[in-house]
Every structure is written in C-alpha cells, then in structure tokens.
Design a protein around this ligand. Sequence first.
Ligand code: SF4
Ligand code: SF4
Length: 196
Amino acid sequence: MLGEAIIKGMAVTAKNFFGSYVSKERLPTVQYPEERLVPKENARQFPFLVYDGDDWEKGLRCVSCQICEKECPPKCIYIIKSKDKKPDYKGQAQFYPARFDIDISVCMSCGICAEVCPFESIKMDTEFELSTGDRFGGLLLPKEKLAKSNEHYRKVHPTDAAASDAVLAAEIAKAEAKAKAAAEAKVKADAEKKPA
Ligand code: SF4
Ligand code: SF4
C-alpha cells in the first residue's frame, strides 16, 4: 500500500532526525570545511602521475606512450613526447613526456586513464579541493603539479599500490634475469671463440 510505504519512510527520517541529537551514528554529515571525512580507499577524484625516488622529474614512470591521451573520453590530457630518451625503472631507455597537462576543469573523474596505462604511471588521487580563483588556466595542471610520489600512492590506495609495486618488482626481476642470461651467453661465446 502506497500510504504505508510513505509512513515507513517518514518514520525512518524522524528516527534519524531526532536520533541525531543523541547519537553520532545517526548524524552522517560533518561540518565541512571545519570537519573532514577521511577519504575511503576506493575514492577517486582526479589523476596524478606517480614517480619513484626523491626526484620527481627523474622518477616519473610515464614513458609518453599517449594511450591515456587517446582513451580519455573528454580529451583533457595533452602530451608532447620527448625527442630524447631517459632510463626507466628497469634501466631501459624510454621516451618521457616533455609536456604532460591535464585540464582538471574538464576531467570527469572516470579513471579510464589509470585503467589503460600499461606502466603503472597514472593513478587516481583522493584530493578534491582543487578550486582556484584563476579562471585562465588555473586548472590546467602541468606535470610538475601532477607528479606525486609512490609513497603518496601507497598512502591513499594501499591495496592498489601494493599490487602495482608487485607488478613493477616482477618486471625488474625479469629484466635483470634477461640481462644476466645475456651476459652469461656472451662470456660463453667469447670463451668458445678463443683458440685452444
Ligand atoms: S579520469 Fe577520465 S576524464 Fe579524467 S583525465 Fe582520466 S580519462 Fe580523462
Ligand atoms: S601516463 Fe601511462 S598511458 Fe599515459 S602516456 Fe604515460 S605511460 Fe602512457
């Protein structure tokens, strides 16, 4: 019966309204901005670029493959690939983004960029207070502002960051094993070339 459902709904509302004066559990809102809720681990707001080590520029994981730029639905990622290469986390020479901007005023927080990145480089942050009084480009964030450390990633998304660390550690181990095998093969080939 329609009337019964309305009465039940009003009873729940009344219970929470009056209960909020005596029980904190019945008060789901906080006095923002004086009070802030701790962001949930699976919260996602805007993307950031992960870097390893102390130097954000050297440690940026992005290899400028531009997959995220192509897949971003509202096309708010702008990348200019470098002309030269620098070593990545495996020590392999890779391109890097000479320029990497995200227009946060256009970003719709879908997280697709983070899902498609094959290099564990772009992730979703929990930070949401990014408003600015600068109407002309204040929300077009360059790589200097997008770069955040892997420690930050571990802090905001510990489960995902641990999985990410495991992927990278496995890739480093694979690259080291390959380099070791190549070095051993070279030593063997050189030994076989030597006259008896
Ligand atoms: S979260 Fe979505 S909209 Fe925002 S930059 Fe990534 S792909 Fe684009
Ligand atoms: S963030 Fe990832 S997907 Fe985007 S350009 Fe860099 S490496 Fe490629």
